[in-house]
Design a protein around this ligand. Sequence first.
Ligand code: Z5A
Length: 208
Amino acid sequence: MTKQGKFIVIEGLEGAGKSTAMATVQRWLEKHGHQVVCTREPGGTPLAEQLRTLVKHADPAEQIAAETELLLMYAARVQLLRNVIEPALAAGQCILADRHDLSSRAYQGGGRQLNEQLINDLRKALLGNTQPDLTLYLDIDPAIGLSRAAHRGQLDRIEQEQLAFFERTRAKYLAIAHSEPGIVIIDAAQSIEQVATALENALAEVML
Ligand code: Z5A
């Protein structure tokens, strides 16, 4: 029987350094002999990429209900799960994910203050047993993260939220990371080199 691959997720606020971390983690995994499939959420299949565009660049004239936002994130996630994540894990490959379900719990649960039961029910009904083996949460003060991200130019719909929204999101990330197993908190205010070392140490503990 083929060995089930590992499912590794990178999480954090915008500008925390997720894209930079993805490259570090991918290099580490490949160096240690793993076949890596990278994903991003929302996105990662043709339909999920269309949902990503909708959710990030919806017409500002229309108010997007928080529940609609959550369901669009979930529609994209289930599409990615069934078409990419589950088959790759079953084939013994590693999934390296730029965001997964913890983003919904933090942004829609914390930032948007949606009912937690609703999010938990969706998770249970739709994600089943496919859970990350390791989540690397890059923790950053939202003011620092947003200032890093601002260099990229025009902000999307969610990036235009007030600082308080991102502070609630960060608080939810931290509360979950402190209370559940399998989530390592990395101080993302450190230098890129220090963050890379912290990521490699966390990987070594779980993967070696
Ligand atoms: N969202 C949601 O609400 N609910 C969900 O369930 C899901 C998502 C799945 C997706 O955007 C949006 O959807 C996101 C959450 C929401 N919205 N917001 N706002 P995304 O994931 O595509 O984009 P993002 O989160 O905005 O990612 P990002 O801005 O690309 O962040 P990043 O990848 O973490 O940043 P980076 O590109 O690696 O780094 C940013 C800059 O900082 C760059 O110039 C780096 O060189 C620099 N950097 C990186 N690390 C460092 C350190 N350590 N020191 C100094 N500078 C650094």
